[in-house]
Structures are given as C-alpha cells and as structure tokens.
Design a protein. Structure first.
Length: 365
C-alpha cells in the first residue's frame, strides 16, 4: 500500500508530525510512505531527512496567494505516484479532490490550524474535507469537539490525534552546562500568528532590563523585518538574536543552550515546539491561549501560562530567572514525564495507523 503525505515545506507542526510518522514507519514497516512538499522553496533539511529515512519525496513550487497555478502539476504528480491513500496536511484540496473522485482513492485531511484561526477560509476547507474526504483528524481536542457538535452527521469521520515528539531524540542526556548569560528562546514560524514582539518588549521592562538575559529566535517568516525594527527601537541589538531556520540536529543543540523556553502566540493547533522543549527538560512558559492553555498546568509543574502582555510576561520570566534549582528540577521532571507518557511519536504513529486502516475498511497491508 502507498500512503502519500502532502504538506507545506516550512517550519511548523505539520512537518514535525509527518517526519515523526516516517521515522516510526521506517522501524515498523506499516506501509510504503511518500511525501509531496509544496511551497516557495524546499527546506534543505527536509530533503536530507527524507533521504536518510529512504523515503521518496517530491517538491512542487507554489506562489504565495496563487496556489491554484500549480493545481494541475500537483494532480499530474498524484497520478504518477498513484497513492492508495493521501494524508493532506495543507490546503491543496482541489487537485486532491479531483484525484480522489477520478481514481476512487481515500483521503484523510489533517487539520493543524488553531481554533483561534477558524476564519471563513479554514472553516470552508474543513467543511469540504468533512463532506468529500473520508476522514478528518484534528490535533486540537477543543476544535474537534466543536466540529462534532456542529456537524453531528459527520461525527464518525472525525478523530483527535495530538501532536507528539521523538522522545528518544529530544532528550537532555548530555546535560549541557549553561552559560553565565540567561538564555530564553522561541522556535516557530515568524508570522502574524505569533507574538515574538511581546518577548522583545518585555526585556526592556523594569524587572528584566538590568538582568543578563538574551532572547534567541529560531525560525523564519514574513515578520522578521518588523521584529528587527522593534529590536532596534528598543536598543536590544545585543540581547535579541535571529537564528533563522534550523535543521533538526541544530534545533536540538539550540534547545540544549536554553534556560527557559517562551512561546508567545495568538493561538495554536498544538505546539510541537513546546513539546520538544518539555522533552528536552527546559522549563516552559506560554501564552494563555487555545492550543497552549490545555497543555500547560502550573499546579502540576507543567509550565506556566502568561497573559499576552509584556508586563505579565516579564513577571513570569523574572520568576524563573530567580527560581531555585530544586523548583526548576520539579518543572523539568514533570514536563518530561508528561511527554513520555502522553506525547511520544510512537503513540501518535499507532493512532494514525488505526485511522488509516479504518479508512481503508480494515484492509490488510
């Protein structure tokens, strides 16, 4: 059986999910898996990772705001690959729908969007998926429950599978010694859905201004120029660093140098970066928004939430800066245990396989 993943070539939760599935499939040999990337450029690390996993991959360049220009090329590529089932992780619905109808193949849509971004476009896309595709997977439980209430007729076609991480890769067994400078960081696409500027501005508030803190940004996106302007206006050129897009090995090394992981966002499907940081035993603080507030829990020492204001964020960073080693270790251990017990990539992989088998009417593979 051939299973094809279609996803955007860029830093984000969907790529992490797909590569976790490919890694586990390499060990368990569930079926032949292929990847079709779409986007402006093919991220070099993705090319290397698919080669390493002996997984056949393809790339079709698309233009921003004009994805329809490549619909025919995508359809032709699907006809050549001839997948039995497609797992669609982005919004290339039209060519996939034509392939499904013409060849009577199965399609699963994986909705990685936060409920916060449930605008007309994502709502229409999800409805098309519910009506025309065979199954839809939500990574956000609240969004899944809301869709079930609104569209009870399609309840059997809906599943919830949370994002997960490779706990064997994202570990802190080497116990890297941190430098004398307190380093905080955020790994995410630099776009309008994130609030990196909040972290930058918090460094200039009274509680943090005179502390030896640097902020490292891993990722790239359309808001980089704007953030650099904010950095300059606040005279923080020596405190804010832009790392760009990092490979998987580089991102692990980057996590190992952090004292605190900060995720400032307007909303998430389910943040892979937070899970990776927790797996790496780094204390986490995150915005009190959908996709994060269902994950972090201060009472259980699983991170701390902050309101999306620079003042509240500066207070939370200040708390961890002065936190005792024993208290820090409580957060580290609780977070790591949560990821091991609930969010390992193997657990996620097995859940995806169950949905695939169900969608294929329990065919043997």
């Amino acid at each position: 059986m051939k299973a094809l993943h279609i996803l955007h070539s860029g830093l984000g939760g969907s790529s992490s999910v797909v590569f976790s599935i490919l890694k586990e499939n390499n060990l368990n040999h569930f079926c032949k898996q292929y990847v079709l990337f779409t986007g402006h450029t093919l991220f070099k690390d993705y090319k290397n990772k698919t080669k390493k996993l002996s997984c056949q991959s393809y790339f079709i360049k698309t233009k921003k705001f004009l994805p329809w220009l490549q619909w025919l090329n995508i359809f032709i590529k699907l006809c050549r690959i001839k997948p039995d089932i497609i797992l669609l992780h982005n919004f290339q619905h039209i060519p996939v729908l034509f392939y499904k109808l013409l060849f009577k193949k199965k399609v699963i849509f994986v909705d990685h969007q936060s409920e916060f971004f449930l605008k007309y476009k994502t709502l229409i896309v999800s409805l098309i998926s519910l009506i025309f595709f065979n199954h839809i997977i939500f990574v956000n439980k609240k969004k899944k429950l809301n869709f079930e209430k609104k569209f009870q007729l399609f309840k059997k076609k809906i599943s919830f599978i949370p994002n997960s991480v490779d706990i064997n890769f994202f570990n802190n067994l080497s116990n890297t010694i941190k430098s004398s400078v307190y380093k905080i960081g955020m790994a995410a696409r630099v776009d309008n859905g994130k609030k990196h500027e909040l972290i930058i501005k918090s460094l200039n508030l009274p509680k943090l201004k005179d502390l030896k803190i640097i902020f490292s940004i891993a990722g790239d996106g359309e808001n980089i120029k704007n953030l650099k302007k904010i950095e300059k206006i606040n005279n923080l050129e020596k405190k804010v660093y832009f790392e760009g897009s990092l490979s998987e090995d580089q991102i692990k090394s980057w996590y190992m140098k952090l004292n605190l992981y900060v995720h400032a966002s307007k909303g998430e499907g389910m943040s892979i970066s937070i899970l990776e940081a927790m797996s790496m035993e780094i204390p986490v603080i995150g915005s009190n928004v959908i996709g994060i507030n269902n994950l972090l829990d201060e009472k259980s020492k699983i991170g701390i939430l902050f309101n999306n204001t620079a003042l509240d964020l500066s207070n939370k960073i200040h708390y961890f800066y002065h936190c005792s080693s024993s208290k820090i270790n409580e957060f580290k251990n609780s977070q790591r245990n949560l990821v091991k017990n609930k969010f390992s990539s193997l657990k996620m992989y097995n859940k995806y396989n169950k949905v695939i088998l169900k969608t294929l009417d329990k065919q043997k593979v």
